[in-house]
Write a protein that binds this ligand. Structure first.
Ligand SMILES: Cc1cc2nc3c(=O)[nH]c(=O)nc-3n(C[C@H](O)[C@H](O)[C@H](O)COP(=O)(O)OP(=O)(O)OC[C@H]3O[C@@H](n4cnc5c(N)ncnc54)[C@H](O)[C@@H]3O)c2cc1C
Length: 423
């Protein structure tokens, strides 16, 4: 190890794992490592209070069965489950057709396909949890401005002048990752010329735990069941995709340009009648959509996780779920190495991580990309063939079961890191 006295003189913080990015993925990894006594520092450029303020992130996340396991290992699942809404059935519609494909929870022996969770609830639970771990520190607001890998450690410089020495640097700093760019890791990327408009919608009648994915010519219209609010209002979360290339025409014709009344009128035209009258309860937000995948997830003494490594279209609600699988793979490697007294940043460990995660992430990126393209075609013969395909999936049980398993994600992640009373 390098000289302890010199480190103290330069006010160097020493740790095993330095995570840059304290969003949903960075905090989840920090919490799992903290629970397993791996010294960890998590840095975010924003003040933590901003991330849990009411208007910071109005989105919800569809959490798969597999991700629930990872959140159990992070020690926050019980808290999240209290506010979560279970997805029990999934209806797939195409254009003006009735429901073509229906996934019913009774067909699988589980309580739910997944759960809809408020991003804010997840941020609150994770932020609270990491303060309970002696071995975990959060530095925020501050940001990484430089790093250099050495034989025995990686040195990270923060904007405040603080220097961190760690065995390994984990880039969890999202789609525009500074860590990825500074390590000169290229990406393959393309825009979809679409953006997702999100908001929460209140409705007259209960949703009965049904999630709807309605593929429309202009892009998918997804309705995700939320738990009722404190005064019993029935709610769902909307992810409505529109074509958007940034032109003046696109801006003028965007869903974001509609008045609240006009937007509500459009919602009422599109929601199934079973919901009764619907209206938006908070503001609309727009997220540009594209695919971006890092060519490598590793460089000397560093690795990338979640959106820093791969950003995909939300059409199948799988972005963070993939990130959770990265976290499970990496946590397993790091906790094992730490328990065995090993250096956590060796090339061997980094390569094991990359090997475990690249194929799964690339496959999901390809599937979501294909879905965007296949369902983006409104040419009538193609649409008819697509609808026949969906009907066929509905009738062929093994194929249907395969899709149901995919929607639920990999189970059995991190079993030994989940405490007995949380199983
Ligand atoms: C409309 C929409 C709907 C979605 N729905 C779903 C869904 O249903 N299910 C699902 O699984 N996924 C979904 N996703 C994807 C999911 O939201 C993302 O995968 C997830 O938010 C990524 O989290 P992250 O922590 O990796 O990155 P981010 O949330 O981008 O966090 C990165 C963090 O890094 C910090 N940071 C950046 N640079 C620095 C720096 N230099 N130094 C320090 N800190 C830094 C930022 O402040 C930020 O807190 C959806 C995405 C969209 C756009």
């Amino acid at each position: 190890m390098h000289d302890q006295d010199a480190a103290q003189k330069k006010n160097i913080l020493k740790t095993k794992v330095a995570i840059i990015g304290g969003g949903q993925s960075g905090l989840t990894l920090a919490s799992i490592l903290g629970r397993n006594n791996v010294p960890t520092i998590c840095v975010d450029r924003d003040p933590p209070a901003l991330h849990i303020s009411e208007n910071f992130d109005l989105r919800t996340t569809a959490i798969s069965y597999g991700s629930a396991q990872v959140l159990k290992a992070a020690g926050v699942w019980d808290t999240l489950l209290a506010e979560a809404c279970a997805i029990k059935d999934i209806d797939i519609l195409d254009s003006d057709s009735p429901v073509l494909l229906k996934f019913l929870i009774d067909d699988v022996q589980k309580d739910a396909f997944g759960w809809i969770i408020n991003n804010r609830d997840m941020r609150i639970a994770l932020q609270q949890k990491i303060t309970t771990h002696d071995q975990t520190a959060q530095i925020a607001p501050d940001q990484a401005t430089d790093f250099t890998a050495h034989d025995e450690y990686i040195e990270i410089t923060l904007a405040s002048g603080t220097i961190i020495h760690a065995d390994i640097l984990v880039g969890a700093d999202g789609r525009t990752s500074f860590v990825r760019k500074h390590a000169n890791i290229p990406t393959r990327k393309w825009p979809y010329n679409q953006r997702a408009i999100i908001c929460t919608v209140a409705h007259e009648h209960p949703h009965n735990h049904v999630a709807i994915e309605h593929f429309k010519a202009e892009g998918p219209f997804a309705v995700l069941p939320m738990s009722d609010d404190a005064d019993g209002t029935h709610r769902s979360s909307l992810v409505w995709t529109e074509d958007y290339d940034g032109s003046v025409y696109a801006k003028e014709n965007s869903l974001m340009a509609l008045s609240d009344d006009a937007f509500n009128a459009e919602l009422n035209k599109r929601f199934p009648d079973t919901y009764g009258a619907v209206h938006m309860v908070n503001e609309r937000r727009a997220f540009p959509l594209g695919l971006e995948h890092a060519v490598d997830y590793i460089a000397p003494r560093l690795c990338l996780i979640a959106d820093a490594a791969h950003g995909i279209h939300p059409i199948a609600g799988q972005g963070l779920n993939l990130g959770m699988r990265d976290i499970a793979a990496l946590a397993e490697i790091l906790v094992d190495a730490h328990d065995n007294g090993q250096d956590l940043g060796t090339q061997d460990l980094l390569e094991t991580y990359q090997r475990k995660r690249r194929f799964d992430n690339m496959a999901m990126a390809a599937v979501t990309d294909a879905l965007v393209k296949v369902f983006g075609v409104s040419f009538p013969p193609f649409r008819a063939a697509r609808q026949l395909g969906l009907k066929a999936v509905d009738r062929i049980n093994p194929v249907k079961k395969f899709f149901m398993k995919q929607a639920m994600g990999t189970s059995g992640l991190l079993p030994h890191m989940i405490k007995e009373d949380e199983k």
